[in-house]
Write a protein that binds this ligand. Structure first.
Ligand code: ATP
Length: 577
């Protein structure tokens, strides 16, 4: 397939507004591939997501808008002024390239473009900047104008086709079997490897049976299991009966993959964070008795003198790319391991109880890795006791776990239930919101460029973002200035199709950044689309919302609180009042 033809598919997807439509277009694309092209379907999948490899492989082009600007000038022969003018009017370097490109031969195959982009991402050493600009200029001249638009957007990390992972999975199923019935099997495999390209590749090269039998691979992060919430010990016991109870540590989640001496650490949103936590990396080599393993835990900083665990605000200082040595001395980490997903074989299908049994014999003594203690609670009273102990020890609460539950990769359900102290009383639990726009504001605030933020939660069923609040408090002047700089990276001209909003902010943003928001309660409101089922019916809104965190780097936009969760919290609130 020519890249020119793939670009036409991208354009169709981009202008489709309904999920069904996007699924059908992608399925048609996959069906059109001949058998040789299907061998390299992974490249098409990655490109359609604006990537060259799954996100956890950290491929970066390292080309700023300034360099893209130069490459466009070189490719099109147009002046910097012309390009600047076009950018000011179109607001997108992809469209600028398309508009200024000549007729563009468009002879390159998808594979050739993929390989050239891979090459571009690997340039290093002296004169890299110049080489990158020249290399890209040549590529832009050789693809069609529409193709050039998408090449530029991919390099800038702004492809924005608006296709979510579930849409790709549905499309693969449709293309392979003419129905969506394969989606659960495909989804399961995807949750176990976080690599859509790999799943597509296995489906088309080995068939659905191989997908169904897919097992975890050390080195490919597993999409994390998540906890649902309830508001009391009684509710938990009513829901899951006798259960395991662990302290809920307030640090950051680490999924550690050990393959011989090679260790990789992945974060809550599957970023490779190995270089940030050298002590966990070396402890995994020393303390884990077996050769190959995948385990999960929560990392907490502790005071080296008192050996006491520290608060989240201190722990989070370890999430940085620089000064790692200094921070490691100031805030050494302990990792409280709470699950084992691979020990020579895939353990995700066996029960929590069995996984913990294997885990209990896995560790040598050491300073960094520790297994998180478990208590079996037979009654609400016993569960409440563990909860009180955890709070007294400075933990955030507890996580109750169903004894017979498999590890549900990528799922939030009642296999794990979190109970935090703050759940009793008013709405003290925070909501993770995605910022989709901002308002300039009036008076003093307008001088910072942002008065308030338009915030959404995620509707998993529709794969769209629904508004829930306009947030004007919580950010200091300094925060506002910093925020604006960061948010403006996501600025776009019009309402993104994945955002469902009745409100029009002054500036629209591609949904990406997540912030933690505190509110007094959830109310019904006609102006927000979260939970709005039909025209004229109210949605949900946050009452007195204020931000309590900067941008949460450990969460992707799809990891924001969901509409379903808001609806559950709303009904829990109802029970309390
Ligand atoms: P979530 O990760 O569920 O989207 P969140 O990031 O806001 O939400 P919480 O709701 O506070 O976090 O709780 C879930 C997180 O708690 C897990 O992702 C994990 O990092 C952490 N955690 C701490 N202790 C445990 C434990 N013993 N078992 C499982 N998870 C734990």
């Amino acid at each position: 397939m020519k890249f020119k033809d793939l670009s036409v598919f991208f354009q169709k997807v981009e202008s489709a507004s309904k999920r069904l439509e996007m699924t059908a277009i992608l399925a048609e694309l996959f069906q059109q591939l001949d058998s040789e092209e299907r061998q390299r379907i992974n490249e098409i999948i990655y490109l359609s997501q604006g990537q060259l490899l799954p996100a956890f492989r950290n491929v970066e082009f390292g080309m700023s808008e300034k360099l893209i600007h130069k490459a466009i000038a070189e490719a099109t022969g147009r002046s910097h002024d012309d390009i600047g003018k076009a950018f000011r009017s179109l607001g997108d370097y992809g469209e600028v390239t398309q508009q200024l490109s000549g007729s563009g031969a468009g002879k390159l195959e998808v594979t050739e473009v993929y390989e050239r982009l891979s090459e571009l991402s690997k340039f290093s050493g002296e004169g890299t900047v110049k080489k990158k600009v020249e290399f890209l200029a040549v590529l832009l001249r050789e693809v069609s104008p529409l193709g050039a638009k998408y090449v530029v957007r991919i390099i800038l990390g702004k492809l924005r086709l608006g296709v979510g992972d579930p849409t790709v999975l549905d499309a693969l199923s449709l293309a392979y079997s003419k129905s969506k019935q394969l989606r659960p099997a495909l989804e399961r495999a995807y949750n176990l490897c976080s690599d859509l390209g790999l799943v597509a590749d296995i489906l088309f090269s080995k068939g659905i049976k191989a997908v169904e039998e897919f097992k975890v691979i050390v080195g490919c992060p597993i999409r994390v299991a998540l906890a649902a919430r309830l508001s009391s010990a009684e509710e938990i016991i009513d829901k899951i009966g006798v259960c395991a109870v662990e302290a809920k540590y307030d640090g950051f989640r680490c999924q550690v993959h050990k393959k011989g001496d090679e260790v990789q650490i992945f974060s809550r949103n599957l970023e490779n964070t190995t270089s940030m936590f050298p002590e966990i990396e070396s402890a995994a080599r020393k303390q884990i008795k077996i050769k190959n393993a995948i385990f999960e835990g929560e990392a907490l900083a502790y005071d080296p003198q008192t050996k006491e665990c520290l608060a989240f605000q201190e722990t989070v200082q370890r999430k940085r790319k620089y000064d790692i040595d200094i921070m490691q001395k100031r805030f050494p980490l302990k990792l409280f391991i709470f699950d084992l997903l691979f020990a020579g074989d895939d353990l995700t299908r066996i029960s929590y109880e069995q996984r913990r049994k294997v885990l209990s014999g896995l560790l040598r003594k050491g300073d960094v890795l520790e297994i998180s203690p478990v208590t079996i609670a037979h009654s609400a009273g016993e569960l409440a006791d563990v909860f009180e102990e955890a709070i007294a020890a400075g933990r955030e609460g507890i996580v109750a776990k169903r004894l017979d539950s498999p590890y549900q990769a990528g799922g939030r359900n009642f296999n794990w239930i979190k109970l935090k102290r703050s759940y009793s009383g008013t709405l003290n639990d925070t909501i993770d919101c995605v910022i989709v726009g901002y308002f300039f504001g009036k008076g003093l605030r307008s001088s910072f460029g942002i008065g308030s933020l338009l915030a959404c939660v995620y509707d998993q069923n529709e794969q769209r973002y629904k508004t829930i609040a306009k947030i004007g408090s919580g950010l200091s002047e300094e925060d506002l200035k910093q925020f604006k700089k960061k948010l403006d990276e996501m600025k776009i001209k019009s309402q993104p199709k994945e955002v469902d909003s009745l409100i029009q902010p002054d500036v629209w943003l591609t949904p990406k950044f997540v912030v933690e928001v505190q509110a007094d309660e959830i109310t019904r409101s006609p102006v927000h689309t979260c939970g709005k089922k039909a025209e004229g019916e109210p949605g949900f809104a946050l009452r007195f919302p204020r931000t309590v965190s900067g941008i949460r780097i450990d969460k992707n936009s799809e990891d924001a609180t969901t509409v379903d969760e808001i609806s559950k919290i709303f009904s829990m609130q109802g029970r309390r009042t």
